[in-house]
Design a protein around this ligand. Structure first.
Ligand SMILES: Cc1cc2nc3c(=O)[nH]c(=O)nc-3n(C[C@H](O)[C@H](O)[C@H](O)COP(=O)(O)O)c2cc1C
Length: 214
């Protein structure tokens, strides 16, 4: 197992990029770009976390944000609109690696979501229209009927649904973890501030790094 460098880099973004690339290229699991995303909601004065798997479809290693796509009206979407702080974790068991991310989630620019949506197979495009993700439905047949209605509505090109698109998770904290012998794991944690201005533009600050005990 390759340990973290003796001296941790001042900026961890390239290292995360290498980990993502290696996991993808070595196909360590079928969806090497999957991450567990945790969002929170407030109910009766209590903070309630919820987690699910999403695919990281892009990583901007210059700026340090991860992009995933979803339905903005889904449970995660609604939670993110209320509380934009979220956490995510990648686990590549075969590589003895874990990457933990905390950050601020902002919607991707519409043009970027349009471009990605246009690149998807027609079936996936239709599903995005047919599914009111996270809402209950009476039966599987009802869902299939919703899909049939959408197929009829869009015989040609399928536009992106306004309630479907990308989110950018701007990393404010990153932990790179490598498995060590006898649980003497290696852990580096980097934190930075990301200010969001009134126009919703992110301004990341410099990183602070520390080594954590396993
Ligand atoms: C491997 C895998 C990849 C997934 N990728 C996505 C994804 O990229 N976007 C998405 O909305 N849901 C994805 N899902 C489904 C989510 O885990 C989840 O069921 C769905 O988004 C509804 O979550 P919510 O009700 O908490 O919003 C994926 C599930 C798995 C198992």
């Amino acid at each position: 197992m390759k340990p973290l460098h003796e001296s941790l880099p001042a900026d961890p973004l390239a290292a995360l990029g290498e980990w993502l690339d290696e996991a993808w290229e070595q196909r360590v699991v079928p969806n090497a770009n999957s991450m567990v995303l945790t969002t929170v909601s407030m109910q009766k004065g209590e903070i309630l976390p919820s987690s699910r798997v999403v695919l990281c479809k892009h990583y901007d290693r210059g700026n340090g944000y991860l992009v995933f796509y979803t339905n903005y009206h889904s449970r995660k979407g609604l939670e993110l609109e209320q509380q934009r702080n979220a956490a995510a974790v990648f686990h590549w068991d075969a590589m003895g690696r874990q990457a933990r991310v905390e950050g601020i989630v902002l919607r991707s620019p519409a043009e970027e979501s349009d471009k990605y949506f246009a690149s998807r197979p027609r079936g996936s495009q239709l599903s995005a229209w047919a599914s009111e993700q996270s809402d209950p439905i009476a039966s599987r047949e009802a869902l299939v009927a919703q899909l049939a209605a959408v197929e009829e509505r869009f015989p040609g090109e399928v536009p992106r649904p306004p309630h479907w698109g990308g989110y950018r998770l701007w990393i404010t904290a990153l932990e790179l973890w490598t498995e060590g012998e006898f649980r003497l794991h290696d852990r580096g944690r980097w934190i930075r501030t990301v200010a969001i201005d009134d126009d919703g533009v992110a301004h990341p600050d410099a990183w602070n790094v520390s080594r954590l005990q396993p």
